[in-house]
Design a protein around this ligand. Sequence first.
Ligand code: ADP
Ligand code: MG
Length: 479
Amino acid sequence: MTQWKPVIGLEVHVQLATHSKIFSGSSTAYGAAPNTQASAIDLGLPGVLPVINARAVDMAVLFGLAINATLARRSVFARKNYFYPDLPKGYQISQYELPIVNHGRLLLPRPDGSHKQVRILRAHLEEDAGKSVHDLFPGSSGIDLNRAGTPLLEVVTEPDLESAAEAVQYMRMLHTLVKFIGICDGNMQEGSFRCDANVSVRRIDDTVLGTRTETKNLNSFRFVERAIQYEIARQIEILESGGKIVQETRLYDPDRDETRPMRSKEDAHDYRYFPDPDLLPLLLSEEEIIAAQAILPELPQQREIRYRTEFGLAPDDAAILASEREIAEYFECVTRLTNLPKQAANWITGEVFARLNRDEAAFAPSKVTAESLAALIARVADATISTTMAKQVFDAMWQGEGEPDAIISNRGLRQVTDHREIEALVDAVIAESPEQVAQFRAGKDKVFGYFVGSVMKRSRGKANPQQVNDLILARLRAP
Ligand code: ADP
Ligand code: MG
């Protein structure tokens, strides 16, 4: 049997998180009543002139820097001509020969610690089209043009990806990155981050690439994975039985978990690209690039490495804390204030995330500020309260009851660290439990928990657990 090698290139549409559209002042907010957010400019009505949204350009520049790309000092908007019901003006404004971002890369970590480089050929600015609505009017379709003119950055890889899993890894990494640098909200259900997957297969010793298909508009990581797997298997089967792959555009149907032909593939000349006469070339100055460099944050990949090496965090904790900008900054702030990175990591990945999950909420540092969490961690570190008490205090903080010190004193939670007081409790419990003492001394280690439990209960949870443990052990081991 011939060995086949999949070849995959992705075109990801990143919706830029601007308030207004790329060439007009209309709002980009999601979910408005149909056709209330499309202006004459978005519709390309006669007599209007598009003006580039400077924020969209800033975001493209930031992205270019984040992927180590070359930024074009002069890029050009072009008209891509085609008619579709959701593009009634007959062309989409995009960039063609001279895109703003060229030749960048992402490095995908491999399990063995090495990296696979995925080359990003280009990223260009363009406007989105409208949307056809097929389920609203029986027997006919509606068109909602609210999305027309929404700014997109289309990020195109070289055909460097070699499996569905690798394609998903790349897409996840890109998703994390664009959210982290604040250029995209990453909401895939709303279509803010979606992908076209180009797939071909070739024999292992072939040097030329096979004919590819392009599966459009995949808006979940799972769909990307499934669609690519399906395409690879479908193409291999055709080639093995002596057939030929037709270059075409396909659609993935999640209900049937298969791809189906949508239309035969257009070539670039079908689109009759030409420079948009209404828009000046986009010029980028040295100052603008320097300004962008200054606001580019330390990126998730670098942070993750730093959290492991500088703070000694476990890889999973480092990865999750570095994946979102607000979480990373929150973690770093708590760490700066306490100098206890591992405790900070435990509190955030444990208590904070558990509550966010329970409330199905996104991370918001305002609920328990970094300063408040740091203060709580400090009270555990200086033995004012035990970890168990601290969880109660944290709960109260989460309910909005205020700062840890106030909660500790209001609830009388101060733990008992007075040695004599604890000694008295331990001695009382031991005196009352000759049977358990005998069991422990006979080698039944498990009864140790009984002693700790009894002492803690008697102290109403306030005895310092470490001291309790140490004292019980000392007493039980004494002859
Ligand atoms: P378009 O889709 O506009 O025709 P390109 O020809 O530049 O644009 O290719 C788009 C994407 O297809 C790129 O991501 C590229 O890496 C990928 N690609 C090109 N050739 C192949 C191939 N033989 N197999 C798989 N992917 C390919
Ligand atoms: Mg394409």
